[in-house]
Structures are given as structure tokens and as C-alpha cells.
Design a protein around this ligand. Structure first.
Ligand code: ZN
Length: 297
């Protein structure tokens, strides 16, 4: 198994989106009202070369995002993209010797524009997202929430992921992406209600392809939620779950926009979990086995 980090251009958002300021509606308005832009961030997509076929997790951005509908305040005031045609996911996979036809499955952590932006490259693949996410992103209400359903290819019809009542660490449900069970999805709601993360078991380590569960590893470890999550309690619970998972097994944590994600994957650098999280875990007896292989020991 080999995991590729593929950067599809860059995005610039406000500091108050990366780490939320205040609470409630005030927090959610700051990414629009604040004038403090963060540095440009990468937009990663992931490709996993697996014996069962290539699996792509998120499809990155596309050149069309350099021009966004200006009626939407978020698009007008809060986000900028920088990407050239050869930086889109399709051409970058080609240059690594992976054709779109090799891609058996595409999993979308969520359907924000810089995650579903490259789906047009995969007309022959099975494309999966959570049913909550597909519902949120579709139609006029999806457009109001900041999705771009009007730009989906005509054939785009993602398959709703079916959750199994099969706990994984602190997560009560999971879904197998591979038959072997070494790549699974877990629900990580917060950033969006239907957000999911993909977990790759790779030897003794697990790799979390975290989407926008947090923008940075550091904000995840501090339990600092972003500026756009609608439900603070839900977002906080997800971050706590992820850090618990990181404490249970050596974990390489890879958010889409963390400038260090590719380097951590390359160097196989695992999360250093604070002692406090470890102590909370020690007092909890309800954690499920981490992986079928672990459960069988
Ligand atoms: Zn997002």
C-alpha cells in the first residue's frame, strides 16, 4: 500500500476560520468580517495504491474556483484560490502513472468546493460520501450553505455511504472502504454535519485522512474548533474522538490544509498526544478495538 499526498493548488482563508473566535453566530461571522487573512494553505487530495485498486480521498480544487459566484458573501469576502490546470488531481495522477480508470473508488470527506472540485476527472469511479453530506450539498439550500452543486458534472451522483454498527476506537460507527478492512471511514461531524474521515491501517500505524475535521494537527490536539462548524458541541466531540484515537495507536494525522501534512506522511511522523488525553482515556473502558487484526489478537 502506498499513500500519495497530492497538492492541488493553494487556498487562502481567514485566521478566524482556521481557529474559531468566540461562540455561536459571532464565531461563524468572523471568517467573513475579519480582515486578517492567514497564509496560503495547501489543498491536498490523497491517492492510495491498494491491492483492491486505487482509492482517492477528496479530489481537491480546480481552476474554476479562481472565479466564484459573488452573490455569496463567503465566496466574495472569505476565500481565494490559486491553481493552474496541471495542478488539478487528474493530471497529477497521470504524471504518477495512475490513470483515472485505475481509480476504483473516490471517497469525499465532505463536499465543500475544494474537496469535490476534481470529481470531473473520475467519471468511471464509484464516488462515495455520507448521505447527510450529499443532502446538505444538493440544491438551492446547498448553494446557500456554500457548496457549488451547479458546477457538478451532469453525471455526478455520489453513492451514500452505509454506516455499519461496528465501533472503531471512540467512534460508534464505521464503514469498510476496502474488503480487507484496512481502509475504513468514520463519521467526524462538525466542520459539516455529514463530514467523515478515512483511516488507513498501515502496519503498526494508522493514517487519518482527516479532511477538514480540523485545519491543523495543533488545533485538533487543543480541541480548538474552526470558524465555520455549525454545531460547536458536535465539532468538539469529534476533535476529542480523534485525539483519543491518536492516543490509542501511533497515528499520522493528515488534514487537507495543514502545511505540514505531506511532510508528516513522508517522514511517517506520528501525533504526540498530550498526557492529559492519555489519562482521560485510561479512565474510559468503552473503547472498541482499533482494527480487525488487532481485535483478533
Ligand atoms: Zn471544508
Amino acid at each position: 500500500m502506498r499513500v500519495h499526498a497530492i497538492q492541488t493548488g493553494r487556498v487562502q482563508i481567514k485566521q478566524a476560520q482556521i481557529e474559531g473566535r468566540g461562540h455561536g453566530l459571532w464565531r461563524r461571522l468572523q471568517p467573513i468580517l475579519s480582515q486578517e487573512w492567514a497564509d496560503w494553505s495547501p489543498v491536498y487530495a490523497w491517492a492510495i495504491e491498494h491491492p483492491e485498486g486505487v482509492i482517492v480521498v477528496d479530489t481537491g480544487s480546480n481552476t474554476g474556483l479562481k472565479s466564484l459566484p459573488l452573490w455569496h458573501p463567503y465566496f466574495q469576502f472569505s476565500v481565494r484560490f490559486d491553481i493552474e490546470p496541471e495542478q488539478e488531481l487528474g493530471p497529477q495522477l497521470q504524471s504518477r502513472g495512475i490513470s483515472a480508470r485505475d481509480v476504483k473508488t473516490v471517497v469525499l470527506t465532505h463536499m465543500h468546493i475544494d474537496h469535490d472540485g476534481g470529481v470531473a476527472h473520475f467519471p468511471h469511479s464509484r464516488i462515495i460520501a455520507s448521505s447527510e453530506e450529499i443532502a446538505s450539498a444538493s440544491g438551492i439550500s446547498g448553494a446557500i450553505l456554500g457548496y457549488l452543486p451547479s458546477r457538478w458534472p451532469k453525471w455526478f451522483d455520489p453513492e451514500p455511504l452505509v454506516w455499519e454498527h461496528s465501533p472503531y476506537g471512540p467512534f460508534k460507527r464505521s464503514a469498510r472502504i476496502t474488503k480487507a478492512g484496512d481502509i475504513i471511514a468514520v463519521p467526524t461531524p462538525g466542520h459539516t454535519a455529514g463530514h467523515l474521515s478515512v483511516i488507513v491501517s498501515d502496519g503498526d500505524e494508522q493514517i487519518i485522512l482527516a479532511g477538514d475535521s480540523s485545519y491543523l494537527e495543533s488545533t485538533m490536539l487543543r480541541g480548538a474548533i474552526d470558524g465555520v462548524s455549525a454545531n460547536e458541541a458536535m465539532a468538539r466531540a469529534t476533535l476529542a474522538g480523534v485525539s483519543t484515537l491518536c492516543a490509542m495507536r501511533p497515528t499520522i494525522y493528515l488534514p487537507t490544509h495543514d502545511p505540514k501534512s505531506a511532510e508528516r506522511l513522508q517522514e511517517r511522523r506520528t501525533v504526540v498526544v498530550p498526557q492529559q488525553t492519555r489519562s482521560i482515556m485510561a479512565s474510559s473502558a468503552t473503547l472498541a478495538p482499533m482494527h480487525p487484526a488487532v481485535a483478533n489478537r
